[in-house]
Design a protein around this ligand. Structure first.
Ligand SMILES: NC(=O)c1ccc[n+]([C@@H]2O[C@H](COP(=O)([O-])OP(=O)(O)OC[C@H]3O[C@@H](n4cnc5c(N)ncnc54)[C@H](OP(=O)(O)O)[C@@H]3O)[C@@H](O)[C@H]2O)c1
Length: 267
């Protein structure tokens, strides 16, 4: 595995580092990081044994792949030396809302640029990441990108025009699932359960249903139908979801997130 440099050492960088080390795709000596003003980088180094670098020249010296894992708003004030320091290197960004065209202005001499949209289940290797590159990747760089993103879970190569929709579905999607879970828990309390029981039942239901979908590969509608007897309890509940246009609500949620992603990409 070539040397990988992480600029930013927060949650997402930590998830990638942990996955690369857990899966033995990289050794601690292959990985180095640099954080901002707080001590996230020191914490990551203490947890994993990867190298801590004091500045960009030290970080990027000898690195072949550079992972951008800071907050998107820091791209505008990125150190101008990065253009030179990343010459000939592969630069992979996980910055939300930063198109390849914006990255190309900051990293004009990189050998290629990769834009990704991971999601938070990547922290436990259960994520899915959409990615695209500025120009066609060599076979070796494709393998490099795939082994890095594999640290977070599944990955899918897409056209950049799809990234805003991917952001709205899988990037923001975990928040919708968490919100649904919290709503199911609150509804359980309203229905007469103790808060503890409602918590356990709501979480176990969401997790169990997700595993059932994964393990059986059966369509969600089919699984829904299997729990729904004519005029039974589930039917009564689903009737309310349909009357209140649950699907319309989810569609509007996703379209609002997509629109915001498009706006952020233009800023
Ligand atoms: N979390 C998600 O679900 C998710 C999903 C998709 C994409 N992303 C993207 O992933 C990126 C990182 O998110 P995160 O959740 O990992 O954020 P985070 O935990 O807040 O980490 C941000 C890191 O950037 C460092 N940093 C701050 N200022 C910097 C600067 N000027 N130059 C270089 N590094 C700097 C921070 O260091 P200190 O704190 O030590 O100062 C910290 O290590 C974001 O761009 C986000 O859009 C996140």
């Amino acid at each position: 595995m070539p040397k990988i440099a992480f600029i930013g050492a927060g949650r997402m960088a930590s998830a990638i580092v942990a996955g690369l080390l857990d899966q033995k795709v990289a050794a601690p000596a292959d990985l180095a990081c640099l954080g901002g003003d707080d001590d996230t980088a020191k914490q990551l180094v203490a947890r994993t044994g990867i190298r801590l670098c004091a500045d960009l020249p030290a970080l990027l010296d000898g690195a072949d792949l550079v992972v951008l894992a800071f907050k998107p708003q820091h791209l505008a004030s990125a150190d101008p030396r990065l253009a030179e320091l990343t010459a000939g290197k592969l630069v992979l960004s996980i910055l939300a809302g930063k198109p390849l065209s914006a990255l190309a202005k900051v990293f004009p001499q990189a050998r290629n640029l990769v834009r990704t949209m991971p999601n938070t289940p990547g922290q436990i290797g259960a994520g899915i990441t959409g990615w695209c590159s500025l120009s066609a990747l060599s076979a070796a760089d494709t393998a490099l990108v795939e082994s890095l993103l594999g640290a977070l879970g599944r990955h899918v190569a897409v056209d950049e025009t799809q990234i805003d929709a991917i952001t709205a579905v899988s990037g923001s999607g975990p928040a919708y699932v968490f919100e649904f879970t919290a709503a199911l828990r609150a509804a359980g309390i309203d229905a007469g359960l103790s808060p503890e029981a409602a918590h356990d039942l709501a979480l176990a239901t969401v997790i169990g249903s997700a595993k059932l979908m994964e393990r059986t590969g059966t369509e969600p509608e089919e699984l829904r139908n299997q729990v729904t007897s004519p005029n039974g309890t589930t039917y009564a509940g689903l009737q309310v979801m349909a009357a209140k246009d649950f699907r319309g609500l989810v569609r509007d949620t996703v379209l609002a997130a997509k629109k915001r992603s498009e706006e952020l990409s233009r800023d």
